[in-house]
Ligand binder design. Sequence first.
Ligand code: 6LW
Length: 503
Amino acid sequence: MKYNNPIIKGFYPDPSICKFNGKYYLVTSSFEYFPGIPIFESTDLVNWEQIGHCLTRKSQLDLTNSPTSSGIFAPTIRTDGKFLYVIATNRTIKKNFIVKTDDPYLNKWSDPIFISNWDGIDPSLFFDNDGKVYIQGNAYKSDEQLGIYEAQIDISNGKLLTPRKLICKGSGGKAPEAPHIFKKDNFYYLSIAEGGTEYGHMVTIFRSKSIFGPYEPCSDNPILTNRSTSNKIQCVGHADIFEDYEHNWWAVCLGIRVSGHHAYYHHLGRETFLAPIKWNFDGWPKVNIDGHLNVEMSGPLRNMQQQNNDLICDFSKLESIPKRFVYLRNPDNTSYKLIKNKGLMLYGANSSLNEVKPITLLGLRQSDFKVKYKVKIYFNKNSTNLRFGLSAFMSKEYHYDLLVDLFLNEISLIARIGNINCKISYLSLSSNNFIELEIDADSDYYYFYFYKNDKKIFMDKLECKFLASEVSATFTGTMLSVFSLSNENAKITVKEINYLEEK
Ligand code: 6LW
């Protein structure tokens, strides 16, 4: 059956997948956004529902001083049959940790168990049939050889039970990372990423009869890459290979959808892709027969793919904030109040979008090139200290903002591109106590509007390219966001947020 990639659109990189209680669960990185580690559920591998996040409490995820693209890197999800375990890195505090739950629906993931003597990124777990559990990860010590390391671990307390051992140096590409081990036909297979997460990215595979190696390389490595092709999906890598409930084999991996021509760029972030695996007669796997990943693919699936990411959100009628919304670093929960029949009140944090300081910001991943993001906000016209608006936000260093300033009685469009900080245009406000703001996008530009007495007024357009990860050096993607920069006691009320993909 045919399906389309990405299977999860927008900034959802480093996917890891696991079977549990008859369903599939998938987690991704979340960097400086909170809650951390979105978790998705599926029964058919192509339609995914985000059921929550693994890290919903500050005691699990402290992002207080998190710089851009720090925070949560590359989680792995695994099970022993009773619990789901997620292991990941918090780069902000430079620690690896494990959380677990027996019910991913209830969002009752445990507090983290920190793993001592195991730093670096991309930790993974392998549960062997004899009950032993192993941790894998990247080199991190200055005196360590580059490669993948492994030790046996006590999953109940995070203590290493054996010394850390180098098990694979990779096939010669830069940055050997993202290890995952699975077992098939008495072989331990070790898949890793090489080439870096950029345009040289690839998946290579190794195998051994013993968990600690020696691991022999597949002579047909890489088994997946789109490097040096003109495919509009690039940077594919960081794969997690698995067998589905019907004994078909697949890989989930990250990739990007590029814009531009000879100089590619991407601003939607690294996304989650699915590719079928074929096992060759010599016992080595190959992704999609030719080792490439495409937008349209086919594989042994039961269902068609149907989801889109449209969201029509009237906060005045909601009991809770939908799970797709995220905050920048840890939120002050008292700054976000859902009031029945009114909407979501946002109290300012007296901050700016350019600093690592508490901020009131609610973000939604831009997961389609062509979108319409429209927000209706009520405010007190006499509160002259109100400053709020919308942002196409890649990072604190790279963002485009529609800023309403009641003291100046104006709306302005501001571009921050590295240390270039520029007011592109400004207009005066009407005397209304509400405003509708809108950011439209196609694959090349963001278009900024506001509504004055029902008339849609165009402020200007700005290129997507300057927010792209190739420019901003980010691991993340654009967040369409609403924010308040006012004093702590000044509030706005967000009545509606609509996100619609434009066909
Ligand atoms: C991740 C590394 C990588 O830890 O990027 O794509 C890093 N691969 O494996 C951040 O996502």
